[in-house]
Structure formats: structure tokens, C-alpha cells
Design a protein around this ligand. Sequence first.
Ligand code: CAA
Length: 378
Amino acid sequence: MILSEKHLAFREKLKEFSDNVVAPRAKDLDLNSEFPHDLVKKMGEMDLYGLFVPKKYGGAGLDTLSYAIAVEEVSRACGSTGIFFAAHTSLAVAPIYQAGNESQKQKWLIPLAKGEKIGSFGLTEPNAGSDASATETTAKLVGDEYIINGTKCFITSGHVADVIVLTATKDPSLGYQGISAFVVEKGTPGFILGKEEDKMGLRGSITSELIFEDCKIPRENLLGEEGDGFKIFMQTLDGGRISIGALALGIAQGALEYAVKFVKSHSISNKLLSRQQSIQSTIAEIGTEIEAARLLIYQAAELKDAGRPLTKEAAMGKYYASLIGMKATNTAIELHGMLGLTKEYPVERFIRDEKLMEIGEGTSEIQKIVIARQILGK
Ligand code: CAA
């Protein structure tokens, strides 16, 4: 596929932002485990959170392909900023846009798309990770309120979120059919911030435990119909996997660029590393794999924009981009030699950040289950 002039121009704009504004912050965000409030605000001013949302709902009225390009470009410089961007947009903006009614869109979609509010996605629980249908958090309807009880874990941006889109079941024995999707706002009594994780990578992003103890929310906070929650979340994850794929791709591209810079400026026996045939072969391999991942991800984005099924392609893009992303970041370190392990060069950050892409929003094993079911039938 060939990007249109419009998409190429958009990429240039994002590349400039990434190189000049995001990249200079990346090292400190990682070293200090600092959440990038400044970049979050700036990305809102650039209308990045509503790229695929119509203008009437506070978006930019562009498309998913533009969004994938934007996540890739931001992540090329900083994985932590990239994961915030991807989780907020794919996992909070998107489900409200897709499943919310008009008043829910007015209330939550517009401020989320404009970046006035921060959103999170609460699916994972201590006993419901890969098996998302094992949700134990309950929602009981009493009068005109749902009462939520349970714990969500590993929630991106949980501690800073204004709005959480979460799953809860009316009865865990009903399996996926008992699960509904709800919106819970920060400050609701009974919504408690639990521990914050101290992670190996993406250290500038926040990963939180969220606890709900008799947390009462209005009936109007139900997204879609009762029992729709699992499917709403699976559809949300289809879109989310495009952005995690784009994030993995961006980190891989960033690592390749640093590796190229290094091999073009360092020599062995008076011969530039870039002139050594074995190093050229390594660079060619990584470059080809990155391009293949890009094509898979852009294809999934185009399918989404065309309103066509994308479950298989999004899973393939995420699976493949994270797989080759680990190889690319590892190779980038090896090309730097011992220097690659030091904080003097950014490639050690890239590999730590990339690892989440094989785990978050469905592990590689889950992606393979999703892909195999699409190929073989269930
Ligand atoms: N779109 C729409 N509907 C879907 C769907 C999709 N992509 N996938 C499944 N469904 C539907 C099925 O058609 C089925 O409905 P019917 O019975 O009406 O046909 C229903 O949902 C149940 O589907 P399955 O039987 O396939 O469900 P399953 O229990 O076998 O699970 C799974 C499937 C793919 C393994 C799923 O559990 C899964 O994706 N697990 C991984 C979860 C995950 O990615 N978690 C990470 C979340 S990220 C997070 O929480 C933190 C953060 O901030 C990033």
C-alpha cells in the first residue's frame, strides 16, 4: 500500500512533533518515572485524541490510519507517551464513540476527544487476565443505580484518569453473557485508587490497581445494553491492537534509527560498521521486518475505516510488530556493543519499553488464538 499525500503530510507533521517535542523528554520521563503531563496537554491541543472521531464530537474527523501513524511517530521517540496516547484513545475514546448513546457522547466523548479529560479501560482483574470472560467484578442494579464491587489491575493511566470504562458482571456464573460495560467517573464514592506498579519499562506511564467498594453509579452509565459488555470490549480490543501494533512498530523504528546512526559513526579496524557486510545484512533484515509489520498494521487500520472485519488482521499486526520489535530492539543493543547496555544510549530503554507490547492488550499467545480461530473457525 502507498500512503496518500494527505497521510504523508500528516506523518511529516507528527515526525516533527516527535523529534522536537517528545524525544527531548523521553530519557527523563523514563529515569524519573514521570508522567508526561506536558505532552499529554500538547497532544490534546494538536487534536490527536479524536483523530478518527467526527468533529461534532470534538474530534479531528480524520481516520484510523492517521491515528496509527500518529501512535507510531510518538512511540518512535517515547514508548511511555505512546502507551498513554494509545490507551486513552483506543480504550476510552473508542468504546464511548462506538457504543455510547448521544447523551454519553456529549458527556464523556467530547471532553475525552479534546483531551480535557483522561480515560482508562478496566478489563483486567487478578483472576481475569487472558481469560477476559472470567470477570469477577460485579454490578448489581438497585433502583436506578448500579453498585460496583471488585478490583481491576494493570490499568494504564488509572491513577490519573477522570473516566474509566470498565466491565462488570451481574453474575460471574453467566460467563461472558453476564458482562456489561460501564463508565465510572473519578471521585465517585467507593472508587478507590489502589497500588501503582513499578514497571521494568514504560516507566513514564502509570499502571494502576483500581478498587470498587459499593461504588454507586447512575443507571445511565451503562454502555450499550446489559450483557453487551464482553463484545463491546472485544471490539474495543480489535481497535486497540492496531494501536499497540503501531506502538511496537514505532519503538522498533526508533531503535533501528539509533542503530543506523551508531553503525554509520563507529568503526572497527578503520572500517565503518555500516560498511561491514554482516552488519548490512542485519540492518536489511530488521528494516524488512519493520516494513512488513507496518503493512499489516496499516491494512488493519484501513479495514477499520472501511467498516470491514479486522479481528484477524489487527491481531496479526500486534503479534508480528511486537515479535519483530523485540528482535529489532535487541539487535540495536547488540550493534552498540557494551554501550548499548548503558544509559548513555537510548536503546536499552527501547527494549524495556517494547516488552509490554508482547503482553499488554492480549499476549502473543492470545493473538495466536484469535488468529487461528479466524483461519480455522472456532
Ligand atoms: N468482536 C466481536 N465479538 C467478539 C469478538 C470480537 N473481536 N471476539 C469474540 N466475540 C464474541 C463471540 O462471537 C462470542 O459471541 P457469540 O457467542 O454470540 O458468538 C463471544 O464474544 C464470546 O467469544 P469467545 O467464545 O471467542 O470468547 P472466549 O472466552 O473464548 O475468549 C479471547 C476469547 C480472545 C481469549 C478473549 O478472552 C481475549 O481477547 N482475551 C485477552 C484479553 C486482553 O486482551 N486483555 C488485555 C486488556 S488491556 C487492559 O485491561 C489494561 C490496559 O489499560 C491496557
